[in-house]
Design a binder for this molecule. Structure first.
Ligand SMILES: O=c1ccn([C@@H]2O[C@H](COP(=O)(O)O)[C@@H](O)[C@H]2O)c(=O)[nH]1
Length: 235
């Protein structure tokens, strides 16, 4: 597996995002542009990161009717992004429509679906009417996403082993909620360390504040890379 680390460039100014990106080697890591940066800087953020040689995960978590989501996914793919996502709770028809829109135009952009946000606990999920528990809900939504023809899901690394068992190694498990031992938990609920995530079968680790809010982001990234390489070298 190559380049499992995706650095979340969660900044509201393009200058700050590019300053963080200057600490990252595009040969070793990918980057994520989310709602904060895309709302403030738009496609210019994606273009600037492409010019610097990065694969970009555009994390806008589309959730709407099938036609609207498919068109938004196509617009993202036309920006040349490596990966884009939707919310699996939008349903199988919505996900399948988006996947087939990409396939019809032979676009290489990977399409994945968010299962249950890593900031949610069992009781948060109950509050929104899901009583089956996180593990069952993640598996249910990931199974739907695979049936709809998506490349993988966003889940917490606590669920990666069960998804690997049920849906295979090739189905992507893109996992935020990664907290190295030196980092604060913040608003995340279902966390693991980078090493635990890889051991559980995560294919990609999304990491933001442990790097962007670190006193020395370069050192934080280097520590994470060392931890990741420690696991990968045993494979
Ligand atoms: O379930 C999800 C889906 C997306 N995210 C995004 O990942 C990063 C995590 O950032 P940290 O600073 O490392 O917590 C952030 O951009 C979220 O929007 C997620 O955390 N959980």
């Amino acid at each position: 597996m190559q380049k499992p680390i995706i650095v979340a460039l969660d900044h509201d100014r393009l200058d700050d995002a590019l300053a963080t990106s200057d600490l990252i080697d595009p040969a070793l890591c990918r980057v994520k542009v989310g709602k904060e940066l895309f709302t403030s800087a738009g496609p210019a953020a994606v273009n600037a990161l492409h010019q610097r040689g990065f694969d970009v995960f555009l994390d806008l978590k589309f959730h709407d009717i099938p036609n609207t989501v498919a068109k938004a996914v196509l617009a993202a793919a036309d920006l040349g992004v490596w990966m884009v996502n939707v919310h699996a709770s939008g349903g199988e028809a919505m996900m399948a429509h988006a996947a087939s829109a990409l396939a019809q135009r032979n676009l290489p952009t990977k399409l994945i679906a968010v299962t249950v946000l890593t900031s949610m606990s069992e009781s948060d999920l109950k509050q929104v009417g899901v009583d089956s528990g996180i593990d069952a809900q993640v598996l249910r939504l990931a199974t739907l996403a695979q049936r709809a023809g998506l490349d993988g899901v966003v889940c917490s690394a606590r669920e990666s082993a069960a998804l690997r068992e049920a849906l295979g190694d090739e189905f992507l498990k893109v996992t935020p909620g990664i907290r190295p031992s030196f980092a604060a938990v913040d608003d995340q609920q279902r966390i693991t360390t980078p090493a635990e995530a890889l051991t559980n079968g995560s294919t990609h680790l999304v990491i933001g504040r442990p790097i962007t809010r670190a006193k020395t982001p370069r050192e934080a990234l280097a520590l994470i890379q060392r931890e990741v390489e420690g696991v990968l070298s045993t494979r």
